[in-house]
Design a protein around this ligand. Structure first.
Ligand code: 0O2
Length: 226
């Protein structure tokens, strides 16, 4: 089935038949997606402010880069369907935690925890879940620090708590995850087991290098006069 008609089919499941109700629900859907985009902006601004402040106190840009994305409508509907959740707007907010996503890339491993702690301490942020795949890597070698947080977003006549998935990892972990992600979505790949073993080995090497880079940074710091 063509992608477009598949999305339309899923959308039809979510939308009521009555034309007036249908238009109303479409409007609400637009608003919901806008709220997720606003939530991303809230978290992104918080992270940028932290980075500016940490840079001033001598930490030299602990954050290398920030990227964010709002899941596409097709991805949202597919995930609801795949996981057997009701095809409703309420169900999106209740059951999906990764509609809004932000990825923070740090140079050094300890900066990951510093940034995570600073976000967690902000009193308008509610931490829903934390998955520390750095302390406990996935069997394939995946390392990253994940949090689902809720942040209030203020609109003209209401305040809405919105969920955002925050992923924090080093440049090297991100390099690895991007390549592994490509592998995961490639079907019928030859020598898949061998590649997975090689990726696992790279993940271990990357973890060792990340640790060593922190040690070298400390040596440089303590050896410098400022
Ligand atoms: P995509 O294609 O990146 O969006 P969830 O499926 O999110 O409801 P889960 O899987 O328990 O629940 O959440 P988890 O473990 O926090 O993973 C969320 C996201 O982290 C994934 O989203 C990936 O982006 C990333 N991730 C997790 N495990 C791996 C991994 O082994 N390799 C890589 N490259 N990325 C990983 P999606 O929706 O699964 O995928």
């Amino acid at each position: 089935m063509k992608e477009e008609s598949r999305v339309q089919e899923l959308l039809n499941e979510l939308l009521p038949d009555d034309p007036e109700e249908r238009a109303k629900t479409l409007d609400e859907l637009d608003k919901l997606l806008m709220r997720y985009e606003s939530a991303i902006r809230e978290i992104r601004t918080k992270v940028e402010i932290l980075n500016d402040e940490l840079s001033l106190t001598g930490d030299q840009n602990p954050i290398a880069s920030i990227s964010s994305r709002r899941k596409k409508l097709s991805g949202i509907l597919e995930k609801l369907k795949r996981q057997g959740f009701p095809m409703t707007l309420e169900s999106i907010e209740e059951n999906l935690t990764d509609v809004a996503g932000i990825r923070i890339i740090c140079s050094f491993m300890d900066d990951i925890y510093k940034v995570a702690r600073m976000l967690q301490q902000q009193d308008d942020i509610t931490v829903i879940t934390v998955k520390d795949y750095i302390a406990k890597p996935k069997p394939n070698g995946y390392r990253s620090y994940h949090m689902i947080v809720e942040v209030p977003v203020f609109f003209s006549n209401e305040k809405r708590p919105m969920k955002v998935e925050v992923q924090i990892r080093t440049i090297a972990m991100d390099f690895w995850a991007n390549l592994e992600h490509r592998m995961r979505y490639k079907k019928d790949i030859e020598a898949a087991d061998e590649i997975m073993d090689e990726l696992k080995e790279c993940a271990e090497n990357i973890a060792a290098t990340d640790t060593k880079m922190m040690i070298i940074r400390e040596k440089i710091r303590s050896g410098s006069l400022d």
